[in-house]
Write a protein of this length. Structure first.
Length: 320
């Protein structure tokens, strides 16, 4: 018997759980689905699980398992996650999940993560998610709370998902929103074992995909480059080389090059995760686009002037 004052019971699932008939899980109120991991690796069962959940009354959350070891990698992971979920209704927060495998992967790539780096990566992932209208949070256990997240979590900038496998949660100096109390819990409707959770909150304020968003053609980097090359009279090969960069015009507020501005905005939003106000990639270089360009320039340590010249174009069109 789990002793808890939490309101709702849920599970978190990924392809490791295999084939599931979620409709049979009668005592499950919410499901947190892994959208993917690392560099745009979409979970093999994500679409199947989301298709099932779209027909049920259970609430849906998302997590992305991170292999980031730089802030830019964490930002990119948030963009991958946003692209994966954009056509689905998401009720619960979208969580950043950085664990022992994440730490070991960083070590293999020559980076020894510090608490400061882990918190910065968590923050930039969550900020990118939140800027797109979703609630967000991060996952941790007691060890990671004590070693890395204490001060960050105490500030409660985002929702907290805490793992401690016990009959009682124990004491933390901060209130958590979701408690993962078992990695081998039982639920009605199946003999399989799951990560089982309790949530303190029933309703979160997430945006819902509009009909326009649901029908929107998926962004493609290479196609955007080709579209841009056609507009500027460069060789159309989908590769940003010297010729393409040399022909790109300088863009600034109020410039009347709508289609070129729109291509630039797509790089800014879809490749780098910057928001453009309520109008999105509309081809208008207004104050929202200028603000996003300045933020990008500051992050890339370029001259911060809000003008898209050669160096800013080069950074915008570069893929990692």
């Amino acid at each position: 018997m789990i002793l808890t004052n939490f309101k709702s019971k849920g599970i978190d699932i990924s392809y490791h759980n295999g084939n599931l008939d979620i409709s049979k899980f009668s005592d499950v109120d919410f499901v947190i689905v892994r959208a993917g991991f690392g560099k745009n690796n979409i979970d093999k069962k994500f679409k199947d699980y989301m298709k099932q959940l779209s027909k049920l009354k259970k609430k849906v959350g998302i997590y992305w398992f991170s292999y980031a070891y730089t802030e830019e990698m964490a930002r990119k992971e948030a963009i991958y996650c946003l692209n994966a979920i954009k056509n689905y209704d998401i009720d619960y927060p979208i969580f950043f999940d950085w664990e022992y495998d994440s730490y070991n992967y960083a070590l293999k790539n020559g980076v020894k993560p510090t608490g400061s780096l882990i918190c910065k990566m968590t923050d930039i992932f969550c900020k990118t998610i939140k800027s797109s209208g979703y609630e967000t949070g991060f996952y941790f256990n007691k060890e990671y709370f004590d070693k890395y997240y204490r001060e960050f979590a105490l500030a409660k900038p985002y929702y907290l998902w805490y793992a401690r496998y016990n009959k009682e949660m124990g004491k933390l100096p901060v209130n958590v929103d979701i408690w993962q109390y078992s990695s081998s819990g039982s639920i009605d409707g199946t003999n399989k074992k799951f990560d089982v959770n309790y949530s303190n909150i029933n309703n979160y304020n997430n945006k819902k995909p509009s009909k326009t968003e649901s029908k929107k053609k998926h962004y493609n980097y290479k196609q955007n480059v080709k579209d841009l090359q056609k507009l500027i009279g460069a060789k159309v090969d989908g590769i940003v080389g010297k010729e393409t960069l040399s022909k790109l015009p300088t863009l600034r507020v109020s410039i009347q090059s709508k289609r070129i501005v729109q291509c630039m905005q797509k790089f800014l939003k879809h490749e780098h995760g910057y928001t453009l106000g309520g109008y999105g990639c509309d081809g208008h270089f207004g104050p929202s686009t200028e603000k996003a360009v300045k933020k990008f320039q500051k992050f890339k340590k370029l001259k911060v002037d809000g003008i898209v010249g050669y160096n800013t174009w080069k950074a915008l069109t570069k893929r990692k």
